[in-house]
Ligand binder design. Sequence first.
Ligand code: GRF
Length: 221
Amino acid sequence: MIRLGVLASGGGTNLQALLDACAARSVDAEVALVISNVSGAGALARAERAGVPSRLLPSRGVERATYDAQLVEALRAARVDLVCLAGYMRLLSPVFLDAFGPAAGTRGCPRVMNIHPGLLPAFPGLKAQAQCLEYGARFAGCTVHFVDQGVDTGPIVAQAVVPVLPGDDDATLAARILAEEHRLYPRAVGWFAAGRLSVEGRRVRVEGAGAPQRGISNPTD
Ligand code: GRF
């Protein structure tokens, strides 16, 4: 069973999906530590409710490398194998990414994952759903990817697609995407936990995955 560290700045519904999947044993992992940089973040309350260790580590006014060194220390102390960003609204510095780069046994996989509410490489960065609507794209979705130093540029693990419907606004589209996020993120983490992921260059291989169907890139569990 691997140990997850989750970084979250907001409401934490993706954290909740991970907590639920771990509790249901559909993912062979446990959430060892939740850290938020935002006081009062819903994610902290969710961790507490689940009986999982959590920490508020305020980031305001703290220089990035200094802050990231504190994060690394806390995550290492919790013996975290994989860091999951779940609505974590800060970029990570090389201090952090070097500390959680590929390791023995991860088959080239970095040890930091993120979920993004857009079909990368389209619409990276903030407000992906609004960017998508503004652009007039007909499909939207979400992407689980490993994290590198760019903004949402790391190797893609899995994607799920949803339609953009007539009459959608930012909120309705975000809700449709979020439902897929909650399905996709635990599955991708489960693959990592099971040692099924490997990275070569930009391409992520999912061992035993079937052909894409119904808008999901790697349908087989
Ligand atoms: C999600 O849409 C996620 O894709 C993005 O931030 C949002 C976080 O939502 N990175 P929540 O805090 O998990 O509810």
